[in-house]
Ligand binder design. Sequence first.
Ligand SMILES: [Zn+2]
Length: 74
Amino acid sequence: MPLYEYLCEECGARFERLLPLTAIDDPTSCPQGHAAGLRLISIFSAVSKDSAGEPNLIGDGCGGGCTNCACSLN
Ligand SMILES: [Zn+2]
């Protein structure tokens, strides 16, 4: 699942959530319970195009074989 970073507009807390793609637009509350989470980034959302025009994920630095990042799904 993608990891998203949020900023609470109420208390300024930054926190992270693992959410399925189907839930990214759901309301997200901060650790203090404020329902004002503002999604900042997804570490898996940054994509680029390689020379062949195929989208590539940026930031896959584990080299494969790990069990706790998206590359293990490949
Ligand atoms: Zn808060």
